[in-house]
Design a protein around this ligand. Sequence first.
Ligand SMILES: *[C@@H]1O[C@H](CO)[C@@H](O)[C@H](O)[C@H]1NC(C)=O
Length: 417
Amino acid sequence: MLLRRFNRAARRLPFFLLLTAAAPFIFEVLIHQWRYQVPRPATKLDPPFFTSCQEPDVTAERENAVFVMLARNRERYRAKKTIESIETHFNKWFEYPIMFLNDEPWDPRFVAELNETARGRGIFEVIPKEQWTFPDWLDQDSAKQSIEEQGKAGTVHAGQEGYHHMCRFYSGKFYQLDVLKKYKWYWRLEPDVDFSCAITYDPFVQMAKHKKVYGYTIALWEVGKSCPGLFHATSDWKESRGVPSSSLWSAMIEASWVPFPFRRFLSWMPHRDNYGDAWSLCHFWSNFEIADMDFFRSQAYQDYFNYLDKTGGFYKERWGDAAVHSLAIAMLAGPQQVHHFEDIGYRHAKFHQCPANAPGGQLPGSSSLAGNDPWSPEIAGGVGCRCECNGEETYNYQTYCLDKLKQPNTPNTGWFS
Ligand SMILES: *[C@@H]1O[C@H](CO)[C@@H](O)[C@H](O)[C@H]1NC(C)=O
């Protein structure tokens, strides 16, 4: 009897020993996960500036702002499409200047046609050569070879030298352009973009009023192959400068489930920091941006950009300006300084966001809005003004990244929110 009981206990012994040995590790991992929990506020901290149509206040003071579009001469038709759309949905009321940038001299036909589409408010500038080339300390031959290899490996756009220059330009050099120095705010445009709702208030004024520095419409995953070393370099910079982690930073991290000290062995893997934790690849898509250039001109941001630049990653890999901007915003700006323009209908490539129209908020009799109809049905919870889409595709193409990045500003309403 006694022997049998002893036997049974002995058989269970390895299990208990294992559990005892594993307990500190399990405990450590849970604490580690808990450290990356994103605190959720009691109320929504970043609501839309307006949730229905406004009578455009064309007499109100404007901000010191400019639209910016990088385009090539051969993109005339696609550039025109974007400008027609932003004029119809916003700029016919607010009349901000539109600056076109090119790395080559402008074709007079582009200038004439686009200036007309921009109702005479077009500015046409050429980017100085030294801001659109390899940095002089980088070995150009090996950079070119690496670009060729990335192209062969099939990473999107990574085989095009110009694309690398563009990403580097938009990451840091852009904000130093002489022709932009007199402006504080910019709204970035691309050729082949559609705006699908009327924007009847001035986003620059609202950004300034609410102390925002960065506004976006779409958030999604970065192409992992384009930037395996970006997050490591970023977190190295963050640590070396003693930058504390904001809750937005935590929202971008996927904390490792491997216990200490073993997770450190993961640090050589793509998108991981020195400690083995990973960036989720979620970021703000930068082809739409409304932002404060003073943030990107700041010493801290420029120091971060120069640090990245020195690693050569804009050429040895294909670091995108969207990821660079997003990681910088997460490090150097608080989540309360970021605004999601969920009321703006926006499409570029296959990605889009199109809100439903706000019930009772469409100002049917307004004469200034007379050109912005017909509009799609009004749906409960809609925040849009005269949006032309069907109202069912209310949110981004994929919601995971958007929800992740909005976490620090959104109350917890359920298990999955
Ligand atoms: C654009 O049009 C306006 C108004 O017609 C004109 O004053 C301006 O000089 C034009 N700009 C360019 C670059 O052609």
